[in-house]
Design a protein around this ligand. Structure first.
Ligand code: PHE
Length: 409
């Protein structure tokens, strides 16, 4: 689905009026754009940044949470005068959580909208589908939170501001063997998801390396409504824990059906569980996910002044609601990009959308070191990935963000 500025603005109003109003002042500037590139060749033309996200569909909270962070970052920089007098205009495309639509979205953002850089996606599958077009057109892309290694392996223009799944899977294995004293695990994963496929593999290897035994591995496909036949065999195998590295909507159903069948073992998952809809999908507070654990990106620690400022401005723009980890990742992906555009300097001839200028932006992103983000300090390694700590969260009542442990990279 394509969202032009007008429809994007309408949709955005539903989420958070003030941050969006500020961020989308870029849209209003659109009419005043001059120059054939649309990339900001006149003295006051906005710098166009594309964003592709799942604003609807099975992973809708991934897109909406992330976008709120992106919009906040854009609103802040625009309020402070933009970059060299140019406002940042975020052009958002909804990919509905579908890889084909993700690829189409970035094509449109790059060829029609003339975006000079791209932010997105959350789900690794969608980032993997879109990255080749960005890379071959030499348009830098930063994924806020796709953790599968393949995303940045696409090529030199593709970055992320989060850790990768070999680390996340190892953290899960260390936690369940070390803290939960698990000796055996069963694994149930989504075979249609690059993320789920990768993470279960990294978890299994690390679990075995920690001395654990995998007693059973079963698969499902995103959208499946019934997991009972797999869960029945899992129950018979009686594992100490059940590892389910999926996305929040299936996880809720899996948890409910597991408890109905009498599986008592804790469920353990990864960042794909992160959603304000997670607990609801598992039957509400105290329901099927009560006491279960998942690994995630930073817990936003408000003792840190950067985090405090982020949380406060987010709350002010969002009726007092707290941001989640995805929002923080979106905010930081945008922040790293804007810092890199600034660091790239003024483009020769004033046009921001040239191969030469985008290459400078690419180099500046690649050189990111110790960027003080809301989700922690961000330093990009030679593979264009961030090295960051992970947290283990436990679900208790209405709260899915109880920090149980933190693991350093
Ligand atoms: N890491 C997941 C993936 O790569 C996406 C995700 C990140 C989901 C953070 C929720 C929270 O597919």
């Amino acid at each position: 689905m394509r969202l032009n500025c007008a429809s994007t603005r309408l949709l955005c109003c539903l989420f958070s009026a003030s941050a969006f109003a500020l961020a989308f002042s870029g849209c209003a500037n659109k009419a005043a754009e001059t120059g054939p590139s649309g990339g900001g060749s006149s003295a006051s033309a906005p710098i166009i940044v594309g964003e592709f996200a799942s604003m609807t569909g099975a992973q809708a909270t991934f897109g909406s949470s992330t976008d709120k962070g992106v919009q906040l970052a854009a609103a802040e920089i625009n309020k402070a005068g933009g970059i060299d007098g140019h406002q940042i205009a975020i052009h958002l495309e909804n990919d509905e959580g579908q890889p084909d639509a993700a690829a189409t979205a970035v094509k449109k953002l790059i060829t029609q909208d003339k975006a000079i850089a791209i932010l997105g996606e959350v789900a690794s599958k969608n980032s993997i589908a879109a990255a080749p077009f960005c890379n071959s057109n030499r348009v830098p892309m930063i994924s806020p939170s796709s953790t599968n290694p393949k995303v940045t392996q696409t090529g030199p223009y593709i970055f992320r501001v989060c850790f990768i799944d070999p680390f996340q899977g190892t953290v899960a294995a260390k936690f369940v063997t070390g803290t939960l004293k698990a000796k055996t695990a069963a694994v149930l994963y989504d075979k249609t998801s690059d993320y789920s496929n990768g993470l279960q593999d990294f978890f299994q290897k690390a679990f075995v390396a920690q001395g654990g035994k995998i007693v059973l591995v079963r698969t499902y496909q995103a959208g499946d409504p019934d997991f009972r036949s797999s869960l029945t065999t899992i129950k018979a195998a009686n594992p100490d824990i059940l590892y389910v590295p999926g996305y929040y909507n299936e996880v809720g159903t899996i948890a409910r059906q597991a408890r109905q069948l009498g599986i008592k073992a804790p469920l353990v998952g990864g960042d794909g569980w992160e959603s304000p809809k997670l607990i609801e999908g598992a039957g509400g507070p105290g329901g099927a996910l009560e006491g279960s654990y998942f690994t995630d990106h930073s817990a936003l620690d408000e003792k840190d002044p950067v985090v405090k400022k982020f949380v406060e401005s987010y709350k002010a723009a969002n009726n007092g609601q707290s941001p989640d980890a995805l929002t923080g990742q979106g905010y930081d992906a945008a922040g790293v990009l804007f810092a890199a555009i600034k660091a790239a300097g003024k483009p020769e001839g004033g046009d921001y959308n040239t191969d030469t200028f985008r290459a400078k932006v690419r180099d500046a992103i690649a050189a990111t070191k110790g960027y003080a983000g809301a989700t922690g300090d961000i330093t990009l390694d030679a593979d264009r990935n961030a090295k960051k700590s992970a947290v283990v969260l436990q679900i208790k009542g209405n709260n899915y963000k109880n920090v149980i442990a933190t693991f350093q990279p």
